[in-house]
Structures are given as structure tokens and as C-alpha cells.
Design a protein around this ligand. Sequence first.
Ligand SMILES: CC(C)(COP(=O)(O)OP(=O)(O)OC[C@H]1O[C@@H](n2cnc3c(N)ncnc32)[C@H](O)[C@@H]1OP(=O)(O)O)[C@@H](O)C(=O)NCCC(=O)NCCS
Length: 144
Amino acid sequence: MQIHQVTPDEWRLWRDIRLEALANDPAEFGSTLTREQEYTEDDWRERIVGGLNLVALDPDAVGLVGATSKPGDLYLYSMWVRSSHRGQGVGEALVRAVLAWAAQEGWERVRLRVWKDNLPARKLYLRLGFVDAKEPEHMEYLVS
Ligand SMILES: CC(C)(COP(=O)(O)OP(=O)(O)OC[C@H]1O[C@@H](n2cnc3c(N)ncnc32)[C@H](O)[C@@H]1OP(=O)(O)O)[C@@H](O)C(=O)NCCC(=O)NCCS
């Protein structure tokens, strides 16, 4: 399994795994399949140019995570692993890659939104050093 940083020219790779995530686990994300199916090539490219877009390859894409800047913080979003590949550390590898990139780029804090009842995701974030933030259903990680 390899973690790969998607370039704008690879926008189809990101689009396909992102739409697979929205189709399979619609309740876990703050967006919808219907909405993102309407995105144009330019919309997808814009999302990649503006941040960090990682996919886990085995050898096809089996997971993804994104990170983008939101006032003052790096925001981790779109964390998803195909169900056949869960429980094998793919999610951990993706989050660790975001945290390494955050440190390299000089970010002080990484934030994310996760529903209270999403225990597999919460467990993963807690294990990697995230703590609950003041804002409900948000977690944060202080980059050292
Ligand atoms: C959350 C998610 C990304 C974790 O991915 P993953 O590759 O299974 O992550 P890891 O293997 O690194 O660890 C996840 C934890 O959940 C457990 N787990 C989750 N799903 C599992 C499964 N189907 N089988 C076995 N264990 C599972 C793992 O054992 C591990 O527990 P641990 O911390 O006690 O070791 C994945 O479950 C997922 O895509 N969920 C749906 C989308 C989602 O909730 N995204 C997060 C939005 S904030």
C-alpha cells in the first residue's frame, strides 16, 4: 500500500474515490453524492490546487484524505477507506501523512469534524493525538 499525493492532472483519480466514499458512507460527510456528481473538471482541479489530496493505492485507490486551509488552521476532511481495507492501518497511514505534511508546511494546528457516534474514526484520531475541541463534534491536533 502506498500513499500518493494527487496532482491536478490526476483529478479523475480523486473524483472517483471521493464519489465512492460519498456513495458508500453518505452519513459521515458534510456533503452529498448528488452535489459532487455535478462538479465539473474545473471544480475538481480547484480542490486539488488549493490543498493536500492523498490517496492510498493498493494498487487501485482504496482510501483518501484531504487537507485544506481554513482561517488559521489546516482542516482535515474526506477521510475514507474502502470497507474491504478497513482495520489494516490504511486510515492511520493517511492521517499520519497529513500530520507530517502539516509539520513540514509549518501549520500549528490541524482540525477536523467528526460525528460523536463515529467510533472507528474517533478512535483513530484519538490514537494519533487528536483531542476534542471546544466546538461540538470537532477535534484538533497541535503540531509540535
Ligand atoms: C474511519 C476510517 C477511515 C478508519 O479507516 P481504517 O483504515 O479502518 O483505520 P485503521 O485501520 O488505521 O484504524 C481504525 C480503527 O477502527 C477499527 N476498525 C474500523 N473498521 C474496522 C473493520 N471493518 N474491521 C476491523 N476493524 C475496524 C480498527 O481496528 C482501528 O481500531 P484501533 O484504533 O483500536 O486499532 C474508516 O472506518 C472509514 O472509512 N469509515 C467511514 C468513513 C468515515 O467515517 N470517515 C471519517 C469521517 S470524520
